[in-house]
Design a protein around this ligand. Structure first.
Ligand code: ADP
Ligand code: MG
Length: 474
């Protein structure tokens, strides 16, 4: 992709002035993070890192990503209801991966007891990169789908104004008008509000499961604010609070501090380090309740890398979405190569291929939150060690997506303004609500573009690698 900001990126003095303007506008718009030094306090905050210019994205790929989002919502919803598929798919993984096993244990307990929850809410984000193909044209390839704590919908609602500001300063008003407006937090709140309404108790509240140290609080507040505008109150509590003050009544209604809870929205609970024994107990209590969990434990399991890999197997999409060949075709078109590492010939072959051409693959454990995948020499070492051990079933192999790099300027607190070669990752936010067997909402609600310097293989904004961006459709 050629950049239209080419000549601007060569004028260092101009970039520094633009950066000052952009940072001040970002702060004024609320594109904020708490600092690493004080992650539990909003006394001193800074701007969330972002690009100076919006990055060029082919309109056709943006449209394709939006068009397939409702299909992904349907797919996630279908998998989460298919216990036979989840059990079979995760059977080898849970033998080797403790975290997935613990989640699965809770799932089995809730299934055994009978699921009390009748309204289901999915707030997910499907992430893509633009694979450059042999003929030079880019193709949309899914990196993963996030079914728990999919973040940056709030801050992504505020970044368009910043890029519009930069372009307006340059008198590029036509270009400024092309920066897409975006408001995922509004759409995410709409989903929560719908679930709250269907739960059907006027005084019940939304419980946001929060981390003690949360740098990304303003992202979450954007959703809370939208809900409060609809007169829906959100309380923020930690797992520890739930285990001390949470309870179920005989109908398995959930109460926190004596207050009924309609919806539990997790912004915690997706990484092993977030669970003490006490926290696992709290998670089980929440799962057993009839409150709408976003996500419920089955939907969290649906977001594992192992499920993603099995979905790419021939015939699986057709089985999960019967009678929907067009949706199946749209979904499959976004799949990159995904390979099981279960013991056996298929896994052996995948390992041999990755060892022979390490730059074409990524090794992924069942983890979320960035920084867990292995690439290049590290991947080779890990594969050599894992090759003959059953532990390899806790990983999957994925084709490495290689987008065409482009130049942009990444702005971070405390770092000098510098033009670097970058690649982007596009996320689309999806929302669905199901009551019993009836889907009552299925929509896409906005996007997130994150951009990082090419020297980083892994990592998102929270991991300190990628920065917030906006697509500039071309
Ligand atoms: P996580 O759940 O930790 O976010 P991801 O699968 O999203 O895991 O991987 C983290 C990051 O690693 C992505 O944001 C992306 O930058 C990079 N990445 C993941 N998979 C691939 C891939 N197949 N090709 C290229 N980069 C990838
Ligand atoms: Mg990711």
């Amino acid at each position: 992709m050629a950049t239209s900001w080419g000549s601007l990126l060569q004028d260092e003095q101009l970039l520094e002035e633009l950066a000052r303007q952009a940072v001040d506008r970002a702060l004024a718009e609320g594109v904020l993070l708490r600092t690493t030094q004080e992650p539990s306090s909003s006394d001193v905050v800074s701007y969330a890192p972002f690009t100076l210019f919006p990055s060029l994205v082919p309109s056709a790929l943006l449209e394709q990503a939006y068009a397939v989002q409702m299909d992904f919502n349907l797919l996630v919803d279908a998998v989460s209801q298919n216990s036979a598929f989840l059990e079979q798919t995760l059977s080898s993984t849970i033998k080797m991966d403790n975290f997935t096993a613990h989640l699965f244990d809770i799932y089995k307990q809730v299934l055994g007891e009978g699921i009390a929850q009748t309204v289901f809410l999915g707030l997910n984000r499907s992430d893509y990169m633009f694979q450059r193909s042999a003929d030079g044209s880019p193709a949309l390839k899914q990196i993963e789908i996030n079914t728990i704590s999919a973040s940056f919908g709030g801050l992504a609602s505020r970044t368009p104004a910043v890029h519009q500001h930069v372009l307006n300063v340059l008198n590029k008003t036509k270009e400024a008008a092309k920066v897409l407006s975006n408001n995922p937090s509004k759409g995410l709140a709409l989903g929560i509000a719908k679930a709250w309404e269907l739960y059907g108790s006027a005084n019940a509240q939304v419980l946001l499961i929060a981390q003690e140290k949360e740098r990304n609080i303003f992202d979450q507040r954007a959703i809370e604010n939208e809900l409060l505008a609809k007169k829906i109150h959100v309380i923020r509590r930690r797992f520890e609070d739930v285990s001390e003050k949470g309870s179920l009544d005989q109908d398995r209604r959930l109460f926190m501090d004596g207050q009924e809870i309609a919806v539990v929205y997790f912004r915690d609970g997706y990484m092993p380090t977030q669970y003490s024994t006490q926290n696992w107990k709290a998670r089980l209590l929440l799962e057993r309740s009839c409150a709408v969990k976003c996500p419920d434990i089955a939907t969290q399991l649906t977001g594992t890398k192992k499920v993603q890999q099995e979905l790419s197997r021939a015939g699986v999409l057709e089985m999960l979405l019967p009678g929907q060949p067009e949706a199946v075709a749209r979904l499959r078109a976004t799949f990159a190569g995904l390979y099981s590492l279960d013991m056996g010939e298929e896994g052996d072959q995948a390992i041999n291929e990755a060892l022979a051409a390490p730059n074409r693959f990524v090794l992924k454990p069942q983890r979320e939150g960035g920084g867990n995948n292995l690439y290049g020499e590290e991947m080779v070492q890990a594969l050599e060690q894992l090759k003959d051990r059953e532990e390899r079933a806790s990983y999957i192999l994925m084709e490495k997506i290689e987008p065409e790099p482009f130049a942009n300027c990444l702005l971070r607190p405390g770092s000098p303004v510098r033009v670097v070669q970058c690649i982007s990752e596009l996320g689309i936010f999806g929302v669905y609500v199901r009551q019993g067997k009836t889907l009552v909402m299925n929509k896409h609600v906005g996007h997130l573009l994150r951009t990082k310097a090419i020297e980083h293989a892994d990592g998102g904004v929270a991991a300190g690698v990628a920065v917030l961006d906006n697509p500039y459709p071309v």
